[in-house]
Design a binder for this molecule. Structure first.
Ligand code: 6V0
Length: 319
């Protein structure tokens, strides 16, 4: 390959707040990207974040990091949106949502103007709704605009299962599906520990007297994780930063990794016209394939409930 053919693996991060900066720091350490451009409408903040990160360049793998602008969308490989407005006093959740949807639409328009060929990853909350908003605005092929979805929740689930069962988290395969939010659910039928389906693992292990109650407790803990962290320290950013590195790595390295990103469904699992999380094969083009596994009846019902919650929100937004 000659120098003219070489294309930097460039990641543009929109939003240099807690999530954007933590993700940039983790991505810089990973060595997966050649170039990182950070964008934020708070110019002082973004300059400060970039300077602070740039001073780490002697310790990072080779990298070009700089303050970006919308022109950086043009040759980006991946654009990660972590921008978001905070709730104002007296503002309803729906009003905040509409304001954040407006921010997403503006960013999407700027991406479109630059005729970007990137894959777009939305992280800003509510992530499923805002992923849908960006996808609609861009009008691209569904898999090219994805949300971080329940990749973080699935990591929390794996962590808690691993802790409870005394098994290395890397040997726990488990997914949280549906909405990244209160209606999410655990796909127990897809859960494997140490090479065994969870039911078989529990039968061998016999650690729990009432495994059903333990499972419920673990799922509740997954759902409450973000609330606990927010109570303790105001916001969450380390694990989501790493989850984003995982998704971006799957894209930049064309890994075909199975990740529960939020993706637009067109009838899969009986769900259509919303973005939510199910196991997807993530590669260079974004979601390359949706894996339609066999969910149990109660899991199918939970997925359908999640889809309804999201559809109702989308309908409320358009009023
Ligand atoms: P933050 O620290 O307030 O950072 C948000 C940044 O966005 C600020 O620096 C703003 O200046 C910037 N911003 C706002 N509007 C724009 C715009 N139009 N263009 C460029 N920059 C803009 O928030 P934090 O980083 O903690 O969170 C960011 C978003 O991620 C929020 O919506 C969170 O709810 C969401 N999270 C999503 C998670 C997930 O799993 N999907 C997990 C954690 C946080």
């Amino acid at each position: 390959m000659n120098q003219n053919q070489w294309k930097a693996r460039k990641v543009v991060i929109v939003g240099a707040g807690a999530v954007g900066a933590t993700f940039a720091y983790a991505l810089a350490q990973s060595g997966v990207a050649d170039e990182i451009a950070l964008i934020d409408f708070n110019q002082d903040l973004v300059k400060g974040q970039v300077l602070d990160l740039a001073h780490g360049l002697p310790f990072f793998p080779p990298l070009h990091i700089h303050v970006g602008s919308s022109a950086d969308y043009r040759d980006a490989s991946v654009i990660v949106i972590t921008a978001g407005a905070k709730q104002q006093p007296g503002e309803t959740r729906l009003d905040l949502l509409k304001r954040n949807a407006g921010i997403m639409k503006n960013i999407a328009r700027e991406i479109a103007v630059q005729e970007s060929e990137a894959v777009v990853i939305v992280t800003s909350n509510p992530v499923d709704i805002l992923t849908y908003t960006v996808l609609q605005e861009l009008g691209w092929k569904a898999g090219r605009v994805i949300g971080s979805g329940t990749v973080l929740d699935s990591a929390r689930f794996r962590y808690l299962l691993g802790q409870h069962c005394g098994v290395d988290v890397h040997n726990v395969h488990a997914y949280i599906l549906g909405e990244h939010g209160d209606s999410e659910f655990a796909a127990w039928s897809m859960t494997h520990l140490a090479g065994n389906e969870i039911d078989r693992y529990c039968a061998i292990c016999r650690k729990c007297n009432n495994w059903q109650a333990v499972r419920e407790e673990i799922v509740n803990e997954v759902k409450k994780s973000a609330y606990h962290i927010i109570d303790y320290k105001g916001s969450t950013y380390f694990a989501i930063g790493l989850a984003l590195v995982r998704i971006v790595t799957a894209i930049l390295r064309n890994q075909r990794s199975v990740l529960t990103v939020s993706t637009f469904l067109e009838g899969q699992y009986g769900v259509r016209d919303v973005c939510l999380s199910i196991p997807c094969i993530v590669a260079q083009s974004g979601v390359e394939k949706i894996v339609e596994g066999n969910l149990r009846e109660e899991e199918m019902q939970a997925l359908s409930r999640s889809a309804s919650v999201l559809r109702n929100t989308l309908d409320a937004m358009s009023k």
